[in-house]
Design a protein around this ligand. Structure first.
Ligand code: G1P
Length: 297
């Protein structure tokens, strides 16, 4: 069976970006000229996932509009013969089957994922968090999907971070997995945002998961954890200890590619600059200006 569903939680309040996020969801903030959410949906589609479920909150309208057609704008561009911009408008509409469900109350990432239960059913599925952008040249999700199909259970993405940053992430204890490459590991412990002195490693969970549907039942009985929220990391810690026939086991893929963090303002600025430098249309001019500007700082 091939995995074809992606779940994208997008119900966060985006408080770190106020006032920009007062009336606009943070997922709609532009990274160069595309809203962050579009990069994430494109990544899912590139990995072969054609059914995308966005878990939204009060931000549903703008997100839904972005993946819908805009007949008046399209007609105006068509009349002008502006095929290039017309294609840009249509890109997000034609990407995938995008569905929406609302989270109701913001009770944590685990609670957000649980809202996908009905839509997903009994199939393994991917979860992509919008704060993490993975460079389209790095095939993280494709690798994770293939791994889940081969070994079963759930698969998480891990990134080595400087120890002082681990308390911002879920953290994994791991051991080598026989017969697999060095970057594919067995996860033996999981803790959400540990203080550095309690962290079992410097391997941070980043926002890509391929989950066994058994996660839903586990989430239903997962008590609120760190921050009083229902944590996906806690549910994964339970799954880790379940036998394979009950959908248990968690495998980690250590990612060594390019990841852009758009979660806080400084990282967001860095992400925009890095992505703009790499763009074939804007990169050469922007890079020349940036080099000159940096030299004068
Ligand atoms: C969430 C998860 C955390 C993970 C992180 C990745 O935290 O709870 O385990 O490391 O995403 O971005 P958040 O960033 O939503 O606080």
């Amino acid at each position: 069976m091939t995995i074809h569903k992606a779940v994208i939680p997008a119900a966060g309040l985006g408080t770190r970006f106020l006032p920009a996020t007062k009336s606009t969801p943070k997922e709609m903030l532009p990274v160069v000229d595309k809203p962050a959410i579009q990069y994430v949906v494109e990544e899912a589609v590139t990995a072969g996932l054609d059914d995308v479920l966005l878990i939204t909150g009060r931000s549903k309208r703008t997100l839904a509009d972005h993946f819908d057609a805009v007949p008046e704008l399209e007609a105006a561009l068509e009349a002008k013969g502006d095929t290039e911009r017309l294609a840009k408008v249509r890109e997000s509409t034609e990407l995938a089957n995008v569905h929406f469900v609302r989270q109701g109350q913001p009770r944590g990432l685990g609670h957000a994922v649980l809202q996908a239960k009905h839509h997903v059913g009994q199939e393994p599925f991917a979860v992509l968090l919008g704060d993490d952008l993975i460079d389209e040249r790095d095939e993280l999700l494709t690798t994770m999907l293939a791994l889940q199909e081969r070994v079963g259970g759930s698969v998480i993405a891990l990134l080595e971070v400087p120890p002082e940053q681990i308390s911002s992430y879920g953290c994994a204890a791991v051991e080598a997995l026989e017969g697999e490459q060095e970057d594919t590991v067995r996860v033996t412990g999981l803790v959400e945002k540990p203080p550095v002195e309690e962290a079992p490693s410097n391997l941070a969970i980043i926002g890509r998961y391929v989950l066994h549907p058994a996660v839903f039942e586990v989430l239903e009985s997962t008590a609120p954890g760190r921050g009083g929220e229902i944590q996906l990391t806690d549910a994964l810690a339970t799954l880790m200890d379940l036998p394979p026939e009950q959908g248990g086991g968690v495998t980690g893929v250590v990612f060594r590619g390019r990841r852009y963090d758009t979660g806080d303002r400084l990282d967001y600025l860095k992400a925009v600059v890095k992505i703009a430098v790499d763009r074939p249309d804007l990169g050469p001019d922007f890079k020349a200006w940036l080099t000159d500007y940096a030299a004068r700082l």
